[in-house]
Design a protein around this ligand. Structure first.
Ligand code: C5P
Length: 433
């Protein structure tokens, strides 16, 4: 009889982060998930089959040509009997093997033979993660529908700092539970969220949060952006099936499940991260990028000298990421959406801004202090396209994100119920407003 529990097939590859897979198993089994595991040869150098077996209560599969395994649970059946396959840690080597479709070990054979959704949790050295080969492999896998959790920025076992560190087990467990849960319709937005994954096969880039522009090692210029709207959009795009890269300035928000997060601090870093994440089909720039940075930030703390006048700060303009993404050319995303946070003449300023920046749509919002929108959980927006505008009443930022994803889905002319990758060009005038 089929086990009623949701079932995950966990593929544990070799890497210093493999020990975290044990903690992940514990968290999943505590939440009532059946976890079966495949341990690769390299993975077995970091965790033992015995510890996985003890935690899961299931046999651990290791070899492709094990007669006992093939007799009791052939590798095809192993791939079919699960609701989700999770590759954790997903090493650079494993991502390359998945992208190439290699099937010379059990993990590879199962991944090639499966039609079950696959989630990868990368963990590797920062240079390996940023290497063009890995970027291309991740893009290939994302385009095939593999979702990614992490990696995070941080100090790694190799003492280098940057993206590559594996997400924490609690976060991975949340992403898995989300992936196992059927998509819920939003509570606030009147139109139901697309039932399946209509943006599957499309790549989306979202910028979010403020930027911090250093003055000296302890001081910086910043703004009140919380990043909530951008994170909600990244989340909604990922739930609709897009492969989402979120480039975030400093925020306290947890990464949305299944989204590849790159944390940056400054506008210049955000621009570089956006360029590294290209190409993409959809770009949504919600970040409140600082307009200026300090011309010459200093590396020592600026001292107060009694009696001396305060220092004057010379500013230089920051690159405009939205305008940069909107430049015509073969690399331009097919849809570029900007935001216009305004305090006066909101609509008129936003209409002018859309033209000036060259983006397809702009979402205007009123950020006067009394609206509580900047930093809050709600938003009241006007969607402006080339042909008109559409005012949405005040609603949660999650609901705005759902509404935007519905507009994007419609613009790419994908019926909500057909998870296709065939995306005709946008109509020249954008959505009817
Ligand atoms: O010019 P303004 O800051 O009002 O433009 C807002 C829009 O432009 C937002 O979509 C924001 O993410 C984007 N922007 C940007 N880079 C900048 C300034 C704004 O991407 N340097």
């Amino acid at each position: 009889m089929k086990d009623a529990r949701p079932s995950v097939l966990l593929i544990v590859c070799g890497g210093i982060a493999a020990f975290k897979a044990l903690e992940l198993v514990r968290r999943l089994t505590e939440r009532g998930v059946r976890v079966r595991t495949i341990l690769t040869r390299a993975g077995a150098r970091f965790v033992t089959p015995l510890s996985l077996q003890a935690l899961t209560g299931e046999r651990v599969s290791e070899e492709l040509f094990s007669l006992t395994d093939e007799h009791e649970m052939g590798h095809i059946a192993l791939s079919r009997g699960s609701d989700l396959i999770v590759v954790c840690p997903a090493t650079a080597d494993m991502l390359a093997r998945m992208a190439a479709g290699l099937a010379d070990d059990l993990a590879g054979a199962v991944l090639l033979a499966t039609d079950t959704p696959v989630m990868a949790v990368p963990a590797m050295n920062v240079r390996m993660w940023l290497h063009p080969a890995t970027r291309a492999n991740v893009a290939t896998l994302a385009a095939r529908g593999v979702t990614f959790v992490g990696p995070e920025d941080g100090v790694m076992a190799c003492h280098e700092t940057g993206p590559g560190r594996m997400s924490e087990p609690a976060m991975i467990a949340d992403a898995i539970m989300d992936a196992l849960r059927p998509v819920q319709p939003p509570v606030h937005f009147p139109v139901p969220r697309p039932a399946l994954r209509p943006l599957h096969g499309l790549r989306a880039l979202v910028t979010a949060g403020p930027t911090h522009e250093p003055i000296d090692p302890v001081r910086y210029l910043a703004n009140r952006s919380s990043g909530r709207q951008g994170y909600a959009i990244a989340d909604a795009l990922a739930q609709a099936g897009a492969a989402v890269t979120l480039i975030s300035g400093p925020t306290i928000l947890p990464p949305p499940p299944g989204v590849t997060l790159h944390r940056v601090e400054t506008a210049v870093q955000m621009l570089a991260a956006c360029d590294a994440a290209m190409p993409c089909d959809i770009a949504v720039c919600t970040a409140a990028v600082a307009d200026w940075r300090i011309a010459t930030p200093v590396t020592s703390k600026i001292k107060k000298t009694p009696g001396a006048p305060p220092p004057s700060l010379a500013l230089v303009p920051n690159p405009d990421i939205l305008a940069h993404m909107s430049r015509p050319g073969p690399a331009r995303p097919r849809l570029v959406v900007g935001f216009a946070a305004e305090t006066d003449d909101v609509r008129d300023n936003a209409v002018a801004k859309r033209k000036r920046k060259g983006c397809d749509w702009i979402i205007a919002n009123d950020v006067r202090a009394q609206t509580g929108i900047m930093g809050g959980n709600e938003n009241e927006v006007t969607l402006i396209t080339a042909t008109g505008s559409e005012h949405w009443p005040r609603m949660s930022k999650d609901a705005v994100a759902c509404g935007l994803v519905r507009r994007i889905t419609a613009a790419f002319d994908i019926a909500p119920d057909s998870p296709g990758t065939d995306t005709p060009d946008l109509p020249p005038d954008g959505v009817p407003a």
